[in-house]
Design a protein around this ligand. Structure first.
Ligand SMILES: C[S@@+](CC[C@H](N)C(=O)[O-])C[C@H]1O[C@@H](n2cnc3c(N)ncnc32)[C@H](O)[C@@H]1O
Length: 196
């Protein structure tokens, strides 16, 4: 038996989101493994303050919302208005979610609120650029999570080098304890050190 053969008990919105992926031809959704990991991590931070960069179709978000307690909140940023519209229709009644339709880099430049307990960086800003600015927004003890670090069929030419560079950078970062998982689409979890 493989551990991953066991059902992860996806959140209620999961099936609807997967159908929408098919309809829209959206092939960038985070998978069940990454979703279940994010759900477990946010559940470890009651009253947590979370950030997702790259809402996409809401696949990773639905797991995080399920893992969060009532006192937690999450900001999710996406620049595609059609995707934001769909995700809004799914979760508009959830007061813990602030959904923002904006370029992630602009949002990062303008954010002046509290630091985050977990950041899931699933788009260019916060991952392949503005990385240090994003890590500045992480609390000590907070998690910085990325997926899609193993080669994916939808990667543009030349992306492998960027991915390798990012893995090395996080792995050797003096403010982080990083761990690498050759699992799901390739996941890294980095915890910000209390003592740099
Ligand atoms: C890998 S997908 C995110 C998938 C999402 N986590 C999910 O599970 O559905 C990356 C998303 O980032 C969005 N995006 C691309 N560039 C962006 C930018 N500069 N600012 C904000 N969002 C961006 C894309 O539209 C896409 O939906």
């Amino acid at each position: 038996m493989k551990l991953q053969d066991l059902n992860s008990n996806p959140p209620p919105a999961w099936d609807q989101i997967m159908v929408k992926c098919q309809e829209m031809g959206f092939d960038m959704a985070s998978d069940e493994e990454a979703g279940s990991l994010l759900r477990a991590l946010v559940a470890s931070k009651p009253g947590g303050h979370f950030l997702e960069l790259g809402t996409g179709i809401g696949a990773s978000l639905c797991w995080m919302l399920q893992g969060m307690d009532h006192e937690s909140d999450i900001i999710s940023v996406e620049n595609d208005a059609q995707l934001v519209g769909f995700v809004h229709s799914l979760f508009e009644k959830d007061p813990r979610l602030t959904l923002i339709c904006e370029d992630g880099e602009k949002w990062l430049e303008s954010y002046s609120g509290a630091p985050f307990d977990l950041i899931f960086a699933d788009t260019w800003p916060g991952k392949y650029f503005c990385l240090e600015e994003t890590l500045e927004l992480l609390k000590p003890g907070g998690f910085y999570v990325i997926d899609d670090m193993l080669p994916q069929s939808n990667w543009p030419d030349g992306h492998q080098e960027k991915a390798t560079q990012l893995v090395k950078l996080l792995n050797g970062h003096d403010q982080l304890f990083a761990t690498k998982l050759d699992w799901s689409t390739g996941v890294m979890i980095s915890t910000k050190k209390f003592i740099p």
